[in-house]
Design a protein around this ligand. Structure first.
Ligand SMILES: [Zn+2]
Length: 318
C-alpha cells in the first residue's frame, strides 16, 4: 500500500492502519481495473435498458452518432453523461451540475453536488465504478455529496478495494482534511485514495489527459479539459468572463459550460452575452449550457448554434 502524503493531518491517524492517502507524485500508478463497461453488474445491456426505461436517459438530438447501437457503444471512445444541469436553487428538474465521462482509461466523475451519488444509480453506475473524481471548486452545489460518495466506498453495498483519485485545484488537500475532520468515517477502509492538485497544467493518467486552467469564480476554481484518443471535452465549472476558458476549450469536441442566467449578469458567473465571445474564440464543435437557474425555464428565444440547453440525462458520444 502506498504511503500517505506528507501534509496529511494528524487526524488521519485514526484510520491509518487500514488506509492510505497518497500524493500522486509518490504513488505507483495502478491501472484502472475496468474500461467503459463495468464488470460489476452495470454492463452495457443494463444501461441500454436504462436509457429506454428512464425519462432522464434521453440523448442529445442529432448528435448521438454510432452510440445508439451496441456495436457503436463498444466502439465509442469517450462518452459524456450530463448527470445534472442545475445550480444552488433546488429544482425538481435539474440536479446540481455534474457529469460522468466514460473513457477507455477510466470513469471520471466531474463534481459531486447534492444527490449526485443517487443520480449515478439512476444510470446504472455505482460509486465503485468511478476511478477519478474531479472537482471544479468547493462550493456546496459542486461537492456536498463527496462525503456521501466516500462514506459509501466504506459502507456501501461492497467495500471498495480499488484505488480512487481525487483531482482538484488549489487547496484540495486542505478541503479534504477539513471534510475528514467533520466526517472521520469517510477515511478509506480498504482502498488507496490519492489526491492530485492541478490548479493549472496537464497531467496524464492511463492514456487520459487532464488539462486545467484557473477560472474567475473562487481561488480554487478550475476548468477541466479531458482528452483521450483525439477526442476532447471541456467542463468550465463556474466562471466569469475568462480568456483562459476560451484557450482551454479551443477546438474541443464538446464544451459543457456554465451559463447560469440567459441575460442577467451575476458576478462570478456567465450569461449568454459573456459566454458567446468565449465560444466564438474557442470554436468548439458542440456546446451544452449547464448550471442553469430557473430563469432559463421561461426563456423562449432560440440559442445560436452550436449552443444547446443542457438537460439532466443527456448522453453525448465524442
Ligand atoms: Zn455552482
Amino acid at each position: 500500500m502506498a504511503g500517505r502524503g506528507g501534509d496529511a493531518s494528524p487526524l488521519f491517524t485514526r484510520a491509518q492502519s487500514a488506509t492510505s492517502i497518497t500524493d500522486t507524485s509518490a504513488v505507483v500508478v495502478v491501472g484502472f481495473a475496468m474500461g467503459p463497461f463495468s464488470p460489476s453488474g452495470n454492463g452495457v445491456y443494463f444501461r441500454q435498458w436504462n436509457e429506454i426505461a428512464l425519462p432522464l436517459g434521453r440523448r442529445v438530438p442529432g448528435i448521438s452518432g454510432m452510440g445508439s447501437t451496441l456495436f457503436g457503444r463498444l466502439m465509442d471512445a469517450v462518452k459524456v453523461r450530463i448527470l445534472g444541469t442545475g445550480m444552488s436553487v433546488p429544482s425538481l428538474r435539474r440536479l446540481s451540475a455534474s457529469y460522468l465521462v466514460n473513457a477507455r482509461g477510466g470513469n471520471i466523475l466531474i463534481d459531486v453536488g447534492p444527490s449526485v451519488v443517487r443520480r449515478l444509480l439512476e444510470f446504472g453506475w455505482t460509486v465503485d465504478d468511478i476511478d477519478i473524481i474531479a472537482l471544479t471548486h468547493f462550493h456546496p452545489d459542486h461537492v456536498v455529496d463527496l462525503s456521501t460518495f466516500l462514506f459509501a466506498c466504506n459502507y456501501g453495498e461492497k467495500e471498495r478495494r480499488k484505488p480512487l483519485l481525487l483531482l482538484g485545484g488549489r487547496g484540495l488537500r486542505r478541503f479534504h482534511r477539513r471534510m475528514v475532520r467533520l466526517y472521520p468515517s469517510i477515511m478509506p477502509n480498504r482502498y488507496d485514495l490519492s489526491l492530485k492538485t492541478l490548479p493549472r497544467g496537464s497531467w496524464l493518467k492511463n492514456g487520459v489527459s487532464f488539462l486545467t486552467a484557473p477560472m474567475n469564480h473562487k481561488e480554487e476554481s478550475i476548468a477541466i479539459r479531458i482528452e483521450e484518443g483525439g477526442k476532447s471535452v471541456v467542463f468550465s465549472g463556474d466562471s466569469d468572463e475568462s480568456p483562459a476558458l476560451a484557450d482551454l476549450a479551443q477546438d474541443a469536441d464538446l464544451l459543457v459550460v456554465e451559463c447560469s442566467s440567459p441575460e442577467r449578469k451575476m458576478r462570478g458567473h456567465l450569461d449568454l452575452r459573456t459566454l458567446l465571445p468565449i465560444v466564438r474564440h474557442a470554436n468548439p464543435t458542440r456546446v451544452v449550457l449547464t448550471h442553469l437557474s430557473p430563469e432559463w425555464e421561461t426563456y423562449a428565444a432560440a440559442l445560436p448554434a452550436p449552443l444547446v440547453l443542457g438537460e439532466d440525462g443527456m448522453e453525448i458520444d465524442l
